[in-house]
Design a protein around this ligand. Structure first.
Ligand SMILES: Cc1cc2nc3c(=O)[nH]c(=O)nc-3n(C[C@H](O)[C@H](O)[C@H](O)COP(=O)(O)OP(=O)(O)OC[C@H]3O[C@@H](n4cnc5c(N)ncnc54)[C@H](O)[C@@H]3O)c2cc1C
Length: 392
């Protein structure tokens, strides 16, 4: 397994160059203000080979592992949270392909190959009011005699809507027995994206539109799996959770990194009229900065350890889900706490609508909606500690 230090692999810094990152940062306020999709960012990332981050070198990719992608997504989120969250959805499917391949299942090799060739994979999983997330679906997956399926239903918050070329979706068979996962091609008939209600508080550049599937056909060779409906131990389910929760944690940790960085910069620049000294010398603000550092360093250790465990194929058994969920939950909580701290420490200037911290404050709120949300995370952790809720 390659490591982030492997000399033959491109490093994060050589792919996400300073010029590329500064371009992304400079465009972020404009995309947010105009509620526009970051086409230029996607083009720059594609040209840098970033879409093939998890594709082996021999297949034209960067050959990175989870730990390196986590480091890269963190860096990207420091420059544009929305662009990082959008491209995260593409990387999630590639992460699933990597986890499966680590277990000797190369059925998703085409995802990594096509990603390196510039195709964009999106994550069409969320459905309105479906708190069962991956274990149930209101979308109907109707089987056809040749092994293909027609999908009918509504997917919400499909990030990358304007550009995806492959949409990973799932639905339930009409008899209710199975969940079917497949990749819809953009050129297939029977689907539509509705951008009309896309006017969100934050993460505006993700353009996560509602996708309506109306008999959208996925051919047999693009059907990934049929799993039993309900909780199941299929490696695909593990792959989606491991990849989604870990890369998401990386994005929110990067948002926290940036909030603290901005706070520290401003504490160095702002001066107290009373003492004449920079606010960085104020004992209370020093204490608060130390608390922020404590949170960020703890998060850093947790995130790295989860990514390294995935890379190592660690045998964590029933601890896997609690660990993955705790990492995502803690990343979002930490990022929110850092945004709070940074706004307070930076003074009223950061309250201007176009100030970067003000945007971070809006963007970070999206974290509470992504699975596992706080209720679901607590259910997972309570069941891990106390066993399932007993019915009387
Ligand atoms: C910025 C952002 C990006 C995301 N990106 C992705 C992604 O790429 N892929 C993914 O699978 N999930 C994505 N999600 C979804 C997210 O992770 C959660 O699954 C989702 O927010 C949970 O929604 P809910 O059940 O709390 O919301 P709900 O309140 O149930 O619904 C939320 C959204 O669904 C719309 N909606 C509700 N009912 C209907 C209906 N009947 N018909 C049409 N629209 C309806 C609402 O207008 C609202 O926009 C994203 C979320 C955010 C905030």
């Amino acid at each position: 397994m390659p490591t982030p230090q492997s000399p033959q692999l491109p490093t994060v810094n050589t792919v996400l160059t300073e010029t590329l990152l500064e371009g992304i940062r400079s465009r972020a306020p404009g995309y947010d203000e105009a509620n526009a999709f970051p086409y230029e960012d996607l083009t720059a990332l594609r040209e840098a080979g970033y879409l093939g981050a998890l594709t082996p070198r021999a297949e034209g990719g960067l050959g990175w592992d989870f730990s390196t992608v986590v480091a890269a997504q963190r860096t990207l989120a420091m420059h544009s949270p929305a662009t990082a969250l959008a491209v995260n959805m593409h990387l999630v499917w590639n992460g699933v392909a990597s986890v499966l391949s680590q277990q000797g299942d190369d059925s998703l090799a085409f995802v990594r190959r096509e990603s390196a060739a510039g195709e964009v994979f999106a994550f069409g999983i969320s459905e309105p009011g479906n708190d069962a997330v991956l274990f149930d679906s209101d979308t109907v997956a109707e089987p056809l005699p040749d092994g293909s399926y027609r999908f009918t239903g509504t997917k919400i918050f499909t990030s990358l809507s304007p550009v995806w070329t492959r949409l990973g979706i799932f639905g339930k068979t009409p008899d209710g027995g199975h969940l079917v996962f497949g990749f819809l091609d953009r050129s297939a008939p029977g689907w539509a994206a509705d951008s009309s209600s896309w006017d969100m508080l934050g993460m505006r550049a993700t353009h996560s539109h509602t996708t309506t599937l109306n008999g959208a056909m996925v051919p047999a060779e693009r059907i990934l799996r049929r799993t039993p409906a309900g909780p199941n131990a299929d490696p695909l389910t593990f792959g989606v959770f491991a990849s989604f929760l870990t890369f998401l944690a990386a994005v929110y940790t990067g948002i926290g990194d940036r909030a603290v960085e901005l706070a520290v910069q401003r504490l160095g620049r702002r001066r107290s009229k009373t003492t004449g000294q920079p606010l960085a010398q104020d004992p209370v603000l020093r204490y608060k900065t130390a608390e922020a550092s404590l949170r960020q360093l703890t998060m850093d250790a947790q995130l790295r350890s989860v990514a390294e465990s995935i890379d190592a194929g660690a045998e964590l058994g029933t601890e896997w889900f609690p660990r993955l969920v705790a990492n995502k939950t803690q990343a979002v909580r930490t990022a929110k706490a850092q945004a709070d701290f940074a706004l307070e420490a930076s003074g009223g200037a950061s309250y201007h609508r176009q100030n970067e911290l003000s945007r971070i404050y809006r963007d970070v709120m999206a974290g509470v909606f992504h699975p596992s949300d706080d209720e679901s995370a607590h259910n997972t952790l309570a069941s891990f500690m106390l066993g399932p809720v007993e019915s009387e």
